[in-house]
Ligand binder design. Structure first.
Ligand SMILES: [Zn+2]
Length: 591
């Protein structure tokens, strides 16, 4: 070393030459490194979105123009100009021309297996009259000759006098083949004579526990089975074969994908009916095209042994498309059948407060064990008393040493007592809302009748909850109701019936949410509720490329027209799972 240095000093010319070589060599090395790094970081850009309105939903709610996707991840978010170096001849470049790019939607409450299976039945939900129902069922029966039972769903109580459809309407078109048609609210089944024969139901059959067979004055069943009486035909008529269930689940998820949904919580995975296994099966075959969290069903009719079974099924691998780390608990029923659990009695019935589903002491024991195993509690709560008890339950878990940020949630939230509104934030309980119900639609008239005007006006206090610091997540409850998040957002921000315009009646105008609130509810908050906020829910470098393109910037759309915006492309981990004709220019879709 010393000698070399001396030499250098002695012969400056030689030193200069050496230095030139060194500089050149260094330059070559640097260029090679730059080229290598350039290719390492840029060459594999698979999809480059430019010129978009990218609403990132990151912590600062920043807006960007461009997003670069490599494999299943987002590797760049920023300006179109800075995205250009990522483009190679292999990249798919999507010029959004101002269209909106959002994180994939998260539906925090949907019955996708049941909904998917129902897609293979006759869907009456868009129809209004018995004549339309019968025509559709006749047509469906003819088109599905191999189906033993003609099955359908979606008729409404208002279509029939007393909410009582008669069997003769079905006998007329289906004299020999059994038919069973579920009411839109899921609490009654309309059947024909062949179905009653098949189920062995006659004038002599007593009403089953918790149910009613509607009859004429002679005691003869007339063709409507309520609540517990639905069990007389439900299994025979509606239980799908494993093939139908498999196919139904795939179809259901495809429908969700078409509305921009990339993640959802299966709201009631009945393990006794193998829902969890079906999901696993679809996942194992590589056909699960969404990130799914199963809420395993806690059955009030089963004994304590089920707790161990549920714990045995616990799986919180959030990197996987499928996990099972929530438990679904019903705290009460529904207002329509006066089973929602209220703090004050039903109007005109001073003794009737509704029905709790569980003995709360029994539930407390279960909840502590389940929470200790890692489960999040997903609690159905419609009446204000049920909401109150659900919050108490979480408080109890905390006092018993449970995780203070267990991410439990209460779903539906028709009525929330004034003193309970601030408890959501305090107890880290998320409000899982179905905002499409927060409008004065016909189906809500029953709430006005059963709850009275004052409580009717106070239904769905979403803005108040938000202002009290509650985290809100959005869910559809599909197939009980529509699945389209954009239509649900429209109702949340207008509190008016979609399609009736700006001057139509409003339900609790003070409880309107902002569009930004609803986007958060369907993206980052939904991701948080599925413990996947580190992976999804916002558009940030390093997160999974669960992305959707919407045909227009929702922030420029009039509130009453949000539902008319269209999803053009849905990516799940960088793979297209839905593409409309616009996006077909970029991707070839197999389905
Ligand atoms: Zn539900």
């Amino acid at each position: 070393m010393t000698r070399g240095r001396l030499k250098f000093r002695k012969n400056p010319e030689y030193g200069m030459k050496k230095m030139k070589v060194a500089i050149i060599l260094t330059l070559i090395i640097i260029s090679a490194a730059v080229l290598f790094l350039y290719h390492y970081f840029h060459a594999a850009a698979d999809i480059v979105f430019i010129n978009g309105f990218v609403y990132t939903v990151n912590e600062n709610r920043s807006i960007a123009e461009a997003v670069v996707v490599r494999k299943n991840k987002i590797i760049f978010v920023g300006s179109s100009e800075n995205a250009r170096p990522f483009i190679t001849e292999k990249s798919i470049v999507i010029d959004l021309q101002g269209r909106m790019l959002l994180p994939g939607f998260h539906d925090s409450h949907a019955h996708v297996l049941e909904g998917g299976v129902s897609l293979n039945m006759c869907n009456l939900s868009a129809m209004k009259t018995p004549r339309e129902y019968v025509a559709a069922l006749k047509d469906y029966g003819e088109k599905n000759p191999s189906k033993e039972w003609v099955t359908g769903f979606g008729w409404s109580l208002e279509a029939f006098p007393g909410g009582n459809p008669h069997k003769i309407l079905l006998d007329d078109i289906l004299p020999d083949r059994p038919a069973a048609v579920m009411c839109g609210d899921g609490h009654s089944i309309w059947v024909n004579s062949a179905a009653l024969r098949e189920a062995g139901v006659t004038a002599k059959t007593p009403d089953p526990a918790g149910g009613r067979i509607e009859r004429d004055t002679a005691g003869e069943p007339t063709g409507t089975l309520r609540e517990g009486a639905m069990e007389l035909v439900r299994k025979k008529a509606f239980e799908p074969s494993i093939f139908e269930a498999f196919e139904g689940l795939e179809k259901g998820i495809a429908l969700l994908n078409s509305y921009g949904i990339t993640s959802f919580i299966e709201a009631r995975a009945i393990t006794a009916d193998s829902y969890d296994l079906l999901y696993r099966l679809v996942h194992a075959t590589g056909n699960l095209r969404a990130r799914v969290t199963l809420s395993l069903y806690l059955d009030p009719r089963r004994d304590d042994a089920q707790i161990g079974e549920l714990i045995g099924k616990y799986d919180d691998d959030r990197e996987s498309l499928l996990k099972a780390d929530q438990v679904k608990i019903f705290l009460d029923g529904v207002t329509e059948s006066k089973t929602a659990w209220l703090s004050d009695s039903y109007t005109g019935e001073p003794e009737n407060f509704g029905i709790p589903i569980f003995d709360m002491d029994r539930l407390k024991k279960y909840a502590v064990r389940l929470e200790k195993a890692g489960f999040q509690l997903h609690m159905h709560a419609i009446g204000d008393r049920a909401v109150h008890e659900g919050l108490d339950l979480v408080e109890y878990i905390h006092r018993a040493g449970g995780n203070r940020e267990g991410r439990h949630h209460l779903v539906h939230l028709y009525l929330v007592g004034k003193d309970d509104r601030s408890r959501f934030k305090r107890l880290h309980v998320t409000g899982n809302i179905q905002a499409q119900w927060a409008c004065p639609a016909g189906f809500n008239e029953i709430n006005r009748k059963y709850l009275g005007g004052e409580r009717f006006a106070a239904l769905f206090p979403f803005r108040t909850l938000r202002d009290e610091g509650a985290l809100l997540a959005g869910g559809s409850d599909w197939p009980v109701d529509i699945v389209n998040p954009l239509e649900i957002m429209q109702t949340a921000v207008t509190r008016q019936v979609p399609g009736q315009g700006g001057n139509s009646p409003i339900l609790g105008g003070g409880e309107r949410l902002d569009l930004a609130d609803m986007i958060e509810a369907y993206t980052i908050n939904g991701a948080w509720l599925q413990r996947r906020e580190g992976l999804t829910g916002s558009i940030e470098t390093g997160k999974l490329a669960d992305l959707i393109v919407i045909d227009k910037n929702l922030f420029n759309v009039k509130p009453h027209e949000l539902a008319s915006a269209k999803i053009l492309l849905t990516l799940l981990g960088g793979e297209p799972v839905y593409a409309d004709s616009w996006a077909h220019g970029f991707f070839r879709m197999d389905r």
